[in-house]
Design a binder for this molecule. Structure first.
Ligand code: CDT
Length: 311
């Protein structure tokens, strides 16, 4: 018996700093409603979907920084989204900045949660690959201060049984790293959900700019194929606070083929009915890990962090 999951990638256009949480949540609710009409059982929102991408700014006042963080989830502002979703029997994946107390101290993570159709939070992922820099670099047209505002995630890459399948999450820059997908692949993942905010200009490497679309698709398609999994990539795109950002949200099949792709750079939902068994033929032949992997030969991957060239 085949297992199908209709998933929606709920792309967002820009969120400006002046936009309130309430206004943003109204946009998320409108996209959820589009998902309901499209028959979605799961709707995926982008990274940091409740605010503008604040790591572009250097800030020193902790209260100003913490304005962008959520202390509870659901909160008063996000509760209507949870309520709509529960009533419609739709689950969702939501990225936001998480402020929490753990180990006796305040901690801040770039987080995504997976909410089941009954409203329960069934998985949490905290972004592991934090790009950018921690120090003030005012010469840049805009900064990328994720290393200043967040700690690296401490939950690994969990894969959970939900929505009738095996679901994992990662966030934005994680998608460029093969380790991300393989750690989930080794848990049998069938669908990876990921949101992103990707500026179309990378100040330290402007020669990459023209390849932004290609590098996005390349990473998602390779991750999908090499692990026999669906990958749902969802952007916050368009020109946000003057910074042009990649849109091009897409749903990629375990074959590596793109089966749905957002044509706009604004709020838009694309959907696909995904056969969760479509990865099986990859997982049992070319990428039968138990048969073909040689982990003893891969020790450097965990023993060494940076490249060291041979003498
Ligand atoms: N949000 C995020 O992780 N963005 C990064 C930008 C990298 S350039 C510093 C990305 O990989 O898309």
């Amino acid at each position: 018996m085949s297992r199908f999951l209709t998933v929606g990638a709920a792309q967002l256009g820009p969120i400006e700093r002046r936009h309130s949480r309430r206004e943003v949540v109204e946009r998320l609710r409108a996209l959820l409603e589009q998902g309901r009409r499209a028959g979605c059982e799961l709707v995926v929102f982008p990274e940091l979907a409740l605010t503008t991408f604040f790591p572009r700014w250097w800030m020193e006042d902790q209260a100003e920084i913490d304005f962008f963080f959520e202390r509870e989830m659901p909160s008063a502002d996000t509760a209507p989204l949870f309520e709509d979703a529960r009533r419609a029997g739709i689950g969702f994946c939501l990225g936001y900045a998480e402020l929490t107390r753990e180990d006796g101290r305040t901690r801040r993570f770039n987080t995504a949660i997976l909410v089941e159709r009954d409203g329960r939070i069934v998985s949490r992922y905290r972004k592991i690959h934090l790009p950018g820099h921690a120090g003030h670099e005012p010469a840049r047209a805009f900064q990328h201060l994720e290393k200043r505002y967040f700690e690296p995630g401490n939950l690994g890459f969990p894969v959970v049984r939900a929505f009738g399948g095996l679901i994992g999450m990662c966030i934005c820059n994680d998608r460029r790293w093969p380790e991300t997908y393989r750690v989930m692949g080794l848990q049998g993942v069938e669908m990876v959900l990921l949101g992103y905010n990707t500026p179309l200009h990378n100040p330290p490497a402007p020669d990459h700019d023209e390849h932004s679309w290609f590098h996005n698709a390349l990473s998602l398609q390779a991750g999908a194929y090499q692990n026999g999994t669906w990958v749902v990539g969802v952007a916050k795109g368009g020109i946000e606070e003057g910074v042009p950002s990649l849109a091009d949200s897409m749903i990629v099949a375990p074959s590596g083929k793109i089966v749905a792709r957002a044509p706009s750079v604004g709020d838009e939902l694309i959907a696909h009915r995904c056969d969760l068994d479509a990865g099986r033929s990859y997982k049992t032949t070319t990428f039968n890990f138990a048969l073909h992997r040689q982990p003893e030969q891969y020790r450097l991957i965990v023993d060494r962090k940076g490249a060291i060239e041979p003498p």
